[in-house]
Design a protein around this ligand. Sequence first.
Ligand SMILES: [Zn+2]
Ligand SMILES: [Zn+2]
Length: 231
Amino acid sequence: MMDKLLDIIFPPKCPFCKRILETSVPICRDCFSSLPFTDENTCSICGRPIGEFSHSVCALCRSNKINFKHSFVPLIYKENARDTLLALKSGNHPYYAKAFAYLIADKILSSEEFVPFDYITYVPQSRKSRFNRGYNQSELIAKELSRILNVECIETLYRTNDGKKQATLNAAQRRENVKKCYFPLDKKFSGTVLLTDDVYTTGSTANHCSMLLKGMGFDRVYLAIAEITDD
Ligand SMILES: [Zn+2]
Ligand SMILES: [Zn+2]
């Protein structure tokens, strides 16, 4: 009831172009056909766009031990896709998570790599960041995905306030830094889990968290990421 009332007072808008949405789909038709999608010629592991004549696996995935099976990532981190993701991360637009979850679910359901997942989880944030932002955007995306795919969303990992902000570090420093930030909760699982995050740059965070999830007993980890950098 409250939701319906709010929809009349503040009609939902497409987060990418800000036009009022005419259906319950959280993104408009124009943006759905014009956003910078990761389509063909992508790395078969992380989903990053690679050149037409390159290997099927990108240089980063070839040179590192990868702990996840496959990453479902619909968008390239650029143009209005990047601006909208940054707006979600700013702490003022939690509802934008719906559109990203919708695009990830579309990617998953149309992929040959799709398998039934037993659980969905998310990259955690520190208490400090939670306090500043008011929400964890990866958790919001995971909860929307959980609703769309009808798979239970669970808490598996936590993040301490130690370590530095990943964005300030190079690839080697990021790999070291994540070891100081992310830890598993004292729980045991099995089966297949889908790990959600907002953006994949070098992949250090998602890859380290995948390793921790395997340590908790999961047999296979898949990634659901809103956007990936293309350089
Ligand atoms: Zn739009
Ligand atoms: Zn790759």
